[in-house]
Design a protein around this ligand. Structure first.
Ligand code: SF4
Length: 368
């Protein structure tokens, strides 16, 4: 099966079927079905493939809060910039955090001004950095969903086992089910179906997303990451809309089990507890953050450096918040492509390659 997932001929056949079903859904709903993907990798794949244009007038594909960099609250960005300004601290981060604009700076600007900021490719690299620099403090910026958090948990455990006393994590990890519940509770989310993130579900399982259909009567489908996977998920959602079947489906069964990955979940539970977390555009969401457990407080940068995320206003004119709630598309922002571009981003959705504005700008600008 796997070798067929990038088969263009199969994709074309599936697309024809999907367009026919979408037309039937238009008849049923009286308008194109609105389907939201909540995964930055899906956002990029949809933009790159041109699928949105191929379904124009039949189904609308809209992005939600699926890009980890984009949903990191402005207050957390300020705290991270604050960390970089502490003498003796080296901030270790994934590269896409560097250019996220803060109130009056960014990690990139702090680095240009002399701050010690290292780009790492895994949290384990940050632990190595700490081992090799015993005289300095290394803080890893923990950003991401259930997909990346188990690796961070593992490195905290490794640092604890090694007795490292100069390594900490600024934990800004988020979990997806409470965010979707909050969005659905807000009443703003006028979508007919949700494409669920396969990587997140590989850890959590599909079961934690069953509430979407049970409590809100909206179908959802777990999807993999090739174009054929995404077309397959759209097809399954249209079937569910036409049949009024609101059970959460799993179209990524060879990776996602209903109960998820037990080992990764245990790793998360050993290291983190859930707590309220601020999301950009979505505000404070109950139980949506992963906080480092009390017994591992020595590895918690908030604890060690006394940093608290403050509430900070979004950049003036930036509509990332509305975008992350699925209320607008990137081109509805009047800064898109003029004052806000990937080389000069105003908001985080134009920074990360998984951000909707960056994906639109790169792949769909000519079509809008
Ligand atoms: S175009 Fe730029 S300013 Fe507008 S919503 Fe996107 S990131 Fe924010």
């Amino acid at each position: 099966m796997l070798e067929r997932l990038n088969d263009p001929e199969l994709g074309r056949k599936m697309l024809k079927l999907v367009r026919e079903k979408a037309a039937r859904a238009v008849d049923r709903l009286g308008r194109p079905a609105v389907l939201m993907e909540v995964c930055g990798t899906h956002t990029t794949a949809i933009a790159r493939s041109g699928l949105r244009g191929l379904l124009k007038g039949l189904a609308e594909l809209r992005s939600g809060p699926g890009c980890p960099v984009c949903v990191t609250a402005a207050g957390d960005i300020e705290a991270m910039i604050g960390l970089a300004r502490i003498p003796g601290v080296t901030v270790a981060t994934f590269g896409d955090m560097l250019r996220v604009p803060g109130r009056d700076s960014s990690l990139e600007r702090e680095r240009a001004a002399g701050a010690r900021i290292k780009i790492v490719y895994s949290p384990a690299d940050a632990v190595e950095l700490a081992k090799n620099n015993p005289a300095g403090e290394v803080v890893f910026l923990g950003v991401g969903f259930e997909t990346t958090a188990p690796l961070v948990a593992l490195t905290i455990k490794q640092a604890a086992d090694a007795g490292l006393d100069n390594f900490t994590v600024y934990a800004a990890h988020k979990i997806m089910p409470p965010a979707l519940r909050s969005l659905l509770d807000s009443g703003d989310l006028n979508v007919d179906g949700l494409i669920l993130p396969g990587h997140v579900c590989a850890v959590t399982g599909s079961e934690p997303f069953g509430f979407i259909g049970e409590d809100y009567g909206i179908p959802a489908v777990v999807a993999g990451f090739t174009l054929v996977d995404i077309i397959d998920a759209v097809n399954a959602l249209l079937d569910k809309i036409l049949l009024k079947d609101f059970r959460t489906g799993n179209n990524y069964r060879w990776v996602v089990k209903p109960e998820g990955n037990g080992e990764a979940r245990r790793m998360l539970e050993d290291c983190f507890h859930t707590g309220d977390a601020a999301w950009r555009g979505l505000g404070m969401i109950k139980g949506s953050g992963l906080m480092i457990r009390e017994e591992l407080a020595a590895y918690d940068a908030r604890n060690k450096f006394g940093l608290e995320a403050s509430v900070v206003a979004e950049p003036p004119g930036c509509r990332c918040g509305e975008l992350l709630r699925g209320l607008i598309v990137p081109t509805d922002c009047r800064l898109f492509g003029s004052r806000c571009t990937p080389t000069s981003p105003v908001g985080p959705c134009m920074v990360s390659s998984e951000g909707a504005c960056a994906a639109y700008y790169r792949y769909e600008r000519g079509e809008v």
